[in-house]
Ligand binder design. Sequence first.
Ligand code: PMP
Length: 453
Amino acid sequence: MLVQATNRLRQTSARSRSKHLFNRAKAVFPDGTTRATVERNPFPIYVQRGEGAYLVDVDGNRLLDLNNNFTTLIHGHGFAPATEAVVDMLRSGTCFANPTEHEIALAELLTTRIPAMERVRFVNSGTEAVMFAIKAARAFTGRPAIARIEGAYHGAYDWAEAGQEVSPGKGGWAPMSVATPAYRGTPSSVVDGVHLLRFNDVEGLEARLSAASDRVACVLIDPMPSRAGLLHPEPAFFEALSETARKYGILIVADEVLNLRQGYAGASARYGLKPDLTTAGKIIGGGFPIGAIGGREEVMRVFGTENGKPLLPQGGTFSANPVSMAAGRAAMEAMTPDAFDHLEAMGERLRAGLRASIAKRDARFSVTGAASLFRIHPKRIAPLEYRDAYLSAEEASLMRRMSRYLLEAGILLPYGAAACLSTPMVDSDIDLILSAFDEFLQAEIQSEKECAQ
Ligand code: PMP
């Protein structure tokens, strides 16, 4: 207890400027922030600038950034090739109603690398990409509903977000959850149109999908759902998913907004999933707003016209703006197979080191993740589905203590989300994370001993 209190005090006193800004922000933003996802521990840390793998806050603290704007900045902050591409663009105009060559170049890069993306459309965010992928699946199949994984995050489109907040009832978990709305006032037709599946649950798939097969347009699935626990897919689950979807004429939409960073060809290719549609975002914009929907040519045809009329209208004032296109291309061109290998090797070393610490201290923690992504769980066994990763109040407070402890050690670790590495990180950054985590475990064990005395 003493350790926790001291940490909290140190943090608060060393961040007076952040605290001051938060007080100012409270007068203009509901809850003091413009994004519900901004962490307050107890108040947000305001950033002054980014420098490669690090950021500097407004109080002058330098922090190793494991958030990277929710996994967007695969090259960290201020990546020179993206900055230069953007500066060039700024001089010649930032957005036009007409198309530019920049959008073709980024689309060519994606379709060349990602086998499931035969054709592409650009939008401005991951939310929009998921929304249009769902609409495309509906337009192609003529069916209204979707199936999605309980607890997974897919952005803020009503149908995509219903079911992200499920929790055990008084009697524990129901064998199958029912989609709950993400906010009060959601039309009941939204939740009626969302069927929940459990990740890695082979048996449940057939039962769930067969019961609604004539209404379900697509299964929306993140190959490694991050918010649900950064869960590793079982090969049998993806095989069963492909088979069942094919049997009922249901499309598979792989949401790779976050997990595209798992490899040169993305995450579906890595785990043997063959989607009809794929969404992307985050890393493909080089630090600028972006989203993309890609897929089989036959399915993507719904974005085209028939008798001069679009089958599925899709526009967007800033869609395919040349700034995001140019920055994205520069960032993605630098993500060569060697760059992916480098991130993979650092990620492997980090996950192995964290697991070694846990084993050495016999701590009740586990680690999930792949490539440049990782997540630490206050659970002895690594979760296979959302229910396994679900935190009790006590576990949630343990995780908050961990984030705070690491913050004191100069590391920004996201709470309740995937953490990620970036290409400018070096071995000493990995060592810093490993030693801070090991010290945290040691401090927790010590404080447990003191409490028990
Ligand atoms: N899908 C997934 C899998 C995501 O992780 C996110 C963002 N974290 C989104 C969709 C939404 O993307 P955006 O925040 O760009 O709207």
